[in-house]
Design a protein around this ligand. Sequence first.
Ligand code: IPE
Ligand code: IPE
Ligand code: MG
Length: 261
Amino acid sequence: MFNTLFSKPVRPMPSVVEMDIQSLDMDKIPQHIAIIMDGNGRWAKAQGKVRTQGHKAGAETLKTIVKAADKLGIKAITAYAFSTENWKRPVTEVHFIMELLSRYLTSEIQEFRENNVQVRFMGSREGLPDIVSRKMDHAIKETENDTGIILNLAINYGGQAEILHAVRSIARQVADGTLNVEDIDASVFEDNLYSKGLPSPDLMIRTGGDLRVSNFLLWQIAYSEIWTTPVFWPDFTPAMLVEAIRVYQKRERRFGGLIQK
Ligand code: IPE
Ligand code: IPE
Ligand code: MG
């Protein structure tokens, strides 16, 4: 799965004026980037706007960043849009986010198609408004044959919930006799995660200045490189994405081993 997904030839890179790609090693572009898009509310507050305006601005930023990432040759972006803990927020904010998602999934499908973006989701459908769930199915179907960047949206996602979901699914397979306990390994476990078919993120970016994981991709980020910025998500730019990748390229990824020098 991994190989078939990522063995497609990288499309030739169009000139990207707003990104200083000269500073990058194009042979070491991270394949999969995870983003904790944080700081929408604080961005709005700083502008004298209501928090929800920050979510609206953040949705625009995501479009820009996905396009820039595709141009850089990144194969997949997993973006944290709504966590299992975000239901604790005031009902008006939650409603706004659900409506924004619903509208976004309709208004952007055409643009995703034009840009060859394949849309996927991770998270639980339980508790989501039916209309959002239906539009998610529609977006998957409409873009499933797109061969460009994968936009994997984490909606009603929590790393702990995902692990529990995988454990239950594996336990069911053991109980009905289709899986032996001895055969449960990392690969079997990964096949039962929402991220099935996607490699682990090479790089995880968090905007908004907080230095925590907030229940994002707990299994998958075991060896991801982490880059954070105090910049609020609506202000995040393609140039900042390039900077994150530039820093990533200087890191030495050892995966617990040693690098011979
Ligand atoms: C991230 O921005 C978006 C969601 C969690 C839905 P926030 O809404 O968390 O913004 P801050 O962190 O409060 O500024
Ligand atoms: C993480 O941000 C979730 C998303 C970006 C969707 P939060 O704002 O929910 O995280 P905490 O509460 O600061 O840890
Ligand atoms: Mg936040």
